[in-house]
Design a protein around this ligand. Structure first.
Ligand SMILES: [Zn+2]
Length: 95
């Protein structure tokens, strides 16, 4: 930036180096990295446990769907209340 005085920038850098925060900065970067990974994991979880699934408004609707599936030979399904959309989904892998 042309408006910034080089001397002020140099002083900032010197202060930063003197403060011994290099390591803190490293940790901070690592933290940011972990947060990004976590956000990606959350997104994948959301995709798997909500976005791709059929949504039922009530538990009764979900149970009814399970009953219909069982009639067609699909067993072992469970319903759960979704924390993303507050609807109900079916899963064959209860947590
Ligand atoms: Zn959902």
């Amino acid at each position: 930036m042309p408006s910034r005085k080089p001397s002020a920038r140099a002083r900032q850098i010197a202060q930063f180096k003197a403060s011994g925060d290099d390591l803190g900065d490293l940790f901070w970067r690592e933290e940011q990295h972990q947060e990004r990974l976590e956000a990606r994991r959350d997104e994948a979880l959301y995709e798997r446990s909500c976005a791709r699934k059929k949504r039922y408004a009530t538990r009764a609707d979900a149970q009814e769907a399970i009953r219909l599936c069982e009639e067609h030979g699909t067993r072992g399904l469970h319903s759960y209340k979704c924390s993303y959309c507050n609807g109900w989904h079916l899963t064959s892998h209860p947590r």
